[in-house]
Each structure stands twice: as C-alpha cells, then as structure tokens.
Design a protein around this ligand. Sequence first.
Ligand SMILES: CC(C)[C@@](O)(CC(=O)O)C(=O)O
Ligand code: SF4
Length: 460
Amino acid sequence: MSKTLFDKVWDAHVVHTIEDGPQILYIDKHLIHEVTSPQAFNELEKRGLPIFRPQQVLATADHNTPTKDQHLPIKDELSRKQLSQLSENCEKHGIQLYELGHKYNGIVHVMAPELGITQPGMSIVCGDSHTSTHGAFGSIAFGIGTSQVAQVFASQCLLLTKPKSMRIKVNGKLKKGVLPKDVILYIISQIGTNAGTGYFCEYAGDVFENMSMEGRMTVCNMSIEMGARGGIIAPDETTFDYVKGRKFAPKGQEWENQLDNWKSLPTDSDAKFDKEYTFDAEDIEPMITFGTNPGMGIKINGFIPDQNDSSLEKSLKYMDFKKGESLIHKPINYVFIGSCTNSRIEDFRVAAEYIKGKKKAKNVTAWLVPGSRQVEQQIEAEGLKTIFTEAGFELRQPGCSACLAMNDDKIPAGEYCVSTSNRNFEGRQGQGSRTLLASPLLAAATAIEGKIIDITTHLN
Ligand SMILES: CC(C)[C@@](O)(CC(=O)O)C(=O)O
Ligand code: SF4
C-alpha cells in the first residue's frame, strides 16, 4: 500500500496500537530547555520515577539567556534560577547539557540540526511548539506539553492519535529577493492560522526541492503558526550533504546503512493526502506582517486589507495601523535578526550582503543574535562580523533573545520592531511592543533605511 513520507516515519515508530484508540509512539530524540522541563522533572521526582533513557535526552539553555556578557553572572533572578535548575536536573539525571558558554550552546532548534543530531526518519520532540523545525530533515518532529515531557522522560514513548496528512506544493522559481521566510509567511497569509489544525504538513514541489536546509528549517519552523502539528520535507541529496560529517551524524558503514533507509522515505508517487494546497512561486513577493498573528501578512508593495472584521480592527488598533494603508516608509526604531526561525549562517549572509558598505540608520537599534555559538563563530570566520560592526551594528551572543520577552532583550512599549522571528502576538517582544515579521533581507534593509522600504526596488 502506498505511503506518504509522514506515514513511513510514523509507522516505523509505532510501538503499540490500542484498539480503536491512540497509538504508542517511540521517541528517538528528546530535546529540552530551561522553560518547559522543570515541571516535568518535578513530576518524575514526585512519582519516584527515573529517566528511562537519559542518553536520548539533550538539553540546552536558550530562552532565559542574556545575549551580552554571558561570562558574567546572570543579573535577572528568574533567569538565573531557571538556568541553575536546568543544570541541577541534568547533573542529577545524567543528561547532556550544552549550558550557557558551552561551545555547542544555542537555541534548541538551531544547535541540534547543526550538530547532526537531527536526522531523517527520526521522531523528535521538545516542550516547544517550534520543534517542527526539525521536520526539514524528513523527521517527525513536534512540540509537546510539560505532562508529555514527563511521559517521554519516564518511557521514551508518547500516547498519540495520528494526525491527518496534508501536502502544500509550491512549484516554479522564486523571484529575486524572495526568501524561505517569505514563502511560509505567504502560505500562512493565504490559508490562515487554523488551516493545519489536526494535520501534519508535507511541503513539496520545486521551491522546496531547490531550497537550502536552512531555508527548509525556516519553513518547517512556522508550521505551528498555521496550526499544523508539524511540518516535513522529503530528505534528498541536499539533506544528506548537510548532515554528512557533522559531529553526531552516522559515520562509515552506519552512514551507508542509514542512507539506504533515508532514500526510501520520500512519499510514494500514488500516495494520498487528506488535504492538499498548490501555489505558484511566481505569485510570492517579499512579505511583512501588519497585524497580531502570523497570518496577517501582506506583500511588501501591498496594502492592509480593508474588510469589516472585528479581529482585524482589534489588531490594527493595537498596531496603530489603518485599513487600506501601505507600510512603505513607516519609520521603524527596532530591528531584530535572530530566533529559531532565522538565525543560521545563511540568514546572516543574506543580511551582510545587503548591509556591506552601508551604515545603519541612526534611529534604529538593531540586534543581530546568532542562533548558536557555532553560528557566532561562522559569522566571525566569514568576515561578516566586520561588515556588521563597520555598519554600526552590534553582534550579540546566542539565545532566543528578542523573539519573546523572557530575557533582557525586550522591545519598549509602542515601538515597532521588524523581526525575523515567528510570532507577532500582542506583547510578544515586550509589553505593548509591535512586531512586524519579515525575512532577514527586509530586516537588514529596514535597519539601514530606518523605515520600511519596498525591497524589490532596492535589489542590485
Ligand atoms: C514561550 C516559549 C517557551 C516558546 O518557545 C514556546 C513554544 O514555542 O512553544 C515560544 O516561542 O513561544
Ligand atoms: S527563538 Fe523564539 S520561537 Fe524559537 S524557541 Fe526561542 S522563544 Fe521559541
């Protein structure tokens, strides 16, 4: 019987199917961070249960971490407590932790792929809804709640009902200046923030086949923002080239064996999906959001919708924008290039390409935050740091940073921030902050110009 990629990976991990009920799924890799692991550790303590497979758990500190002076004691008391709690728990249970300052430290969804820990055909979970990022490798990767974190700690398994499968195809060639972030913002603007609810989404077609792994991670990362349980892209030569030789990637004969398995994973040509969408790459332009959910996006040279809709009106009131207006020339005082959506070396290369030889606008505070220590080193090694500092930018140390207001990096109330992150909810980047989601290219251009510009007219 023909199977989708999702079916193949899911079925290979089913330990038991309960008659007319959920299935028990085996989890290959369990990633944890300081925010959603404490409650789960406490749950096991309370029940006197050990961690079943500590060697299949990997921890990092990323949400509460400062992005400056990481060698100094953390000033914020809550953050200091969260991080010391994580260290104690990992120490106690023999779990590998890449703590603040460790050479592999970084945002959980950046450091695991770059270390070759994320591999095709795996099942990967984390107490974090953006775990869908890892689906870029052809793995089943999804966010779980804290009680499920405890379940996986205790059994390395999860009790789940299999989601339905959906495929989104984008064919054709992307225009100049259109990046993977624009593709996913465009898709969510077209189908809405609930279209994926109850589904696992495969992205297919020329655009994804021709996309880098970093770009595929950006796309899969935001699957949750259209309600999907996860996103997945068929593993191919691009995937294998990215994984090969990384620190924890299989080597030698193990690599050859795995490769055979990985090549068998793509969706069978006659496999059926429960829901499908198809888009034309030609129709995609650089995108920017104007509202307070990731589905409220428009093309950079477009206009804010002008329909009678209470949620639109509420969002526009919060953002202080008007129906039917363009965002071009809106003054912007904050720019953030970072987060698990866009903080990999490819993102900083794109930004540096635009910034090279220019000067940041005086009114703009711009935070460039690498997704990991390794990305930070790549930025330095490739001379991108020099480009940034000569343009008046400050390159920070890795962490979730201004993606959400859980550390020192907060956007002040009333201020607009063009941000490469994935959520623009009210107050996401700080009480009263106003987030405009965009690609690293548009963010870089905004920092140079000090306002929103139609990037399509500024491409050399
Ligand atoms: C809040 C934080 C832990 C989180 O990482 C959680 C999540 O993505 O589920 C987020 O970005 O909202
Ligand atoms: S970078 Fe943002 S979205 Fe990603 S895990 Fe951190 S807080 Fe969540």
